[in-house]
Design a protein around this ligand. Structure first.
Ligand SMILES: NC(=O)c1ccc[n+]([C@@H]2O[C@H](COP(=O)([O-])OP(=O)(O)OC[C@H]3O[C@@H](n4cnc5c(N)ncnc54)[C@H](O)[C@@H]3O)[C@@H](O)[C@H]2O)c1
Length: 270
């Protein structure tokens, strides 16, 4: 296999969490367009259903699942459903996440715990249950796990310390998972992605939070500061992250594990 063929995903089954919208639905569409069968999961089941319908309209195969990623019971059910309805699991994209800004002197413990639960613990649970199904040592066919971290794991910003800490934890976990799953001969690759500012619901809400914190006068000024820090002038789009996921999910990256793919318009390089 060579060239563009190695990006094809025919015969593969991929589960994308947080797939109702934003980055998740774009990632799911990209994998489906490349030929994968998709499981789209989200705590917003209606949104996941709409995103799955969109993939089917484009000629792809997609199922949707209600899934609170902080619930281990839900992980049991969704992973089992991937096996039962789609014939297994080859790719897990741990994309679901939340963002809460706040000055470190003001943070409420309940907010820290919620960030930790959704952004860190949930991804660990996903890896645990997906790896059991994928591992060649358990009769699986190997696979790929991709964790969506953030540029906030790589550099500092006002109001982002708690969110950045959770994404930094996910970065460290991804490395450990890559080493453990390779050294134990499971046939599973693990990589992580570091998006910069993307204008999804989360990205736009973050701009509003900067205004609420008094860091910026309005949303336009907040975005201008971020774009000014980038090396490339435009705002990132969900498809920019989806393209990176497709690379890491496909055989094009068959010799890549434990790596960190930064997709941020040069934000953290400058
Ligand atoms: N947008 C950005 O600028 C940006 C930058 C860096 C990293 N990220 C990361 O990318 C990922 C996707 O972000 P996005 O911008 O698409 O955000 P978004 O808010 O638009 O979408 C997040 C999705 O996750 C779902 N979700 C939240 N809690 C959940 C739970 N407990 N169980 C299941 N689903 C849940 C939401 O319903 C939503 O559909 C997140 O992990 C985020 O931290 C985003």
């Amino acid at each position: 296999m060579s060239g563009l063929d190695s990006f094809r995903m025919d015969g593969k089954v991929a589960l994308v969490t947080g797939a109702a919208g934003g980055l998740g639905s774009a990632i799911a569409r990209a994998l489906a367009d490349a030929g994968a069968s998709l499981a789209l999961s989200d705590i917003d089941a209606d949104g996941a259903r709409r995103a799955a319908e969109e993939i089917r309209r484009r000629g792809g195969r997609a199922e949707h699942f209600h899934h609170d990623v902080t619930s281990e019971q839900d992980w049991h059910q969704v992973i089992a459903a991937c096996g039962a309805t789609l014939g297994g699991l080859d790719v897990l994209v741990n994309n679901a996440g939340i963002e809460t800004s706040g000055l470190l002197t003001e943070f409420a413990l309940v907010d820290l715990q919620r960030l930790q639960s959704v952004n860190v613990e949930a991804a660990l649970l996903g890896c645990k249950h997906a790896a059991r199904l994928m591992s060649v040592k358990e009769g699986g066919r190997g696979g790929v796990i991709i964790n969506i971290s953030s540029a906030a794991a790589l550099g500092g910003a006002v109001g982002m310390s708690a969110y950045g800490a959770t994404k930094g934890a996910l970065r460290a976990f991804s490395r450990h998972a890559a080493v453990e799953l390779a050294r134990l001969g499971t046939g599973i690759r693990v990589n992580s992605i570091y998006p910069g500012f993307i204008g999804t619901a989360m990205g736009l809400n973050n701009l509003d939070e900067m205004v609420a914190l008094g860091v910026q006068p309005d949303r336009e000024a907040a975005e201008a500061v971020i774009l000014g820090m980038q090396l490339l002038p435009e705002r990132g789009e969900p498809r920019d992250v989806a393209a990176g996921v497709l690379y890491l999910a496909s055989d094009a990256s068959r010799w890549v594990t434990g790596t960190e793919l930064v997709i941020d318009g040069g934000l953290t390089a400058a």
